[in-house]
Design a protein around this ligand. Structure first.
Ligand code: AMP
Ligand code: ZN
Length: 146
């Protein structure tokens, strides 16, 4: 896979504009590396986003150290967001690439609180895994990990 070229603070990126204060958001948390704010098109009440202040497209180009710092805030943010809407559960979702439903190419975690009977639905249709396919895949993945 070709690793995408990283561009810091992209002037055409809507999330960079939020970081820069050029467009408004309903901010719930900010520190030196990340910002968290409510999603403008919530799938359910409380749907929030967590983004790095620096522009990285997704999991394929963010430095692991920065990813770790952002991820370290997720337990506290997810707990606060989820309990604020009195939900008992939540998804932490990270879309990487347009085929994986990423529409804004600035890395962002979704925090999506869940309740019984809410309107959010993920079609989850398990396939099957045969041994030959599994062995081939494990080998190819391990080769890439080095
Ligand atoms: P994704 O499909 O994973 O790229 O999700 C992008 C998310 O960003 C969607 O859920 C949008 O509703 C949300 N979004 C787009 N623009 C804004 C904005 N200006 N403020 C807050 N959320 C936004
Ligand atoms: Zn950006």
């Amino acid at each position: 896979m070709t690793v995408p070229q990283n561009v810091l603070n992209d002037p055409d990126c809507i999330f960079c504009k939020i970081v820069a204060g050029q467009i408004p958001c309903h901010k719930i948390y900010e520190d030196d590396t990340l910002v968290s704010f409510l999603d403008i098109g919530p799938l359910v009440p409380g749907h929030a986003l967590v983004i790095p202040k620096s522009h990285y497209r997704n999991i394929f180009d963010i430095p692991p150290e920065l990813f770790a710092r952002i991820s370290a805030q997720l337990p506290a943010l997810a707990c606060a967001v989820t309990t604020a809407v009195e939900a008992p559960a939540c998804h932490i979702l990270l879309n990487n690439g347009s085929q994986a439903m990423q529409s804004v190419l600035h890395l962002h975690y979704h925090i999506i609180p869940r309740k019984n009977g809410d309107r959010f639905f993920i079609p989850w249709r398990p396939g099957s895994l045969d041994t030959a396919t599994a062995l081939k895949l494990v080998s190819e993945i391990k080769n890439r990990l080095g």
